[in-house]
Design a protein. Structure first.
Length: 138
């Protein structure tokens, strides 16, 4: 099973660093989380309660060949923002079928399991689960 190009690049980026540098890379992703478009507010987004910090997402699957993903997380939640930014970088603009093919355990491919609590990693997986649920329902 192959990953979408952007997500494969994220895995490659994390594979190139070790230990605490993986956390620094995650924080760099957090700083790159795209802003929401003006017409989209958190009240119109779905909360992801599995995340330890407030996270909201919106999936626009009106064009199944170019799914748009939007995330909102507070700046004081860098881990959650980092995970959301990884999904944005790796999956935004991808076809629905490519997103549905991403393995459920993707979060563990980043090599963060030794550095981040399982509860936080489950939050990242929960984001993917909710994205896929939207795509299957669309």
């Amino acid at each position: 099973m192959s990953l979408p190009e952007g997500l494969a690049q994220v895995v490659s980026d994390f594979a190139e660093v070790e230990g605490q540098d993986k956390l620094k890379l995650l924080i760099e992703f957090a700083d790159e989380l795209p802003d929401l478009p003006d017409e989209l507010t958190e009240s119109a987004m779905e909360p992801v309660p599995e995340c330890q910090s407030p996270l909201f997402l919106h999936v626009d699957a009106s064009d199944r060949q170019k799914v748009r993903l939007y995330f909102s997380a507070p700046p004081e939640a860098p881990t959650t923002r980092g995970f959301a930014s990884i999904w944005a970088a790796g999956l935004d603009g991808q076809p629905a079928d490519a997103i549905l093919d991403v393995p459920e355990d993707f979060a563990y491919q980043l090599g963060l399991a030794e550095l981040i609590s399982p509860l936080r990693l489950r939050g990242m997986s929960a984001m993917l689960t909710r994205i896929k649920r939207h795509l299957r329902a669309a």
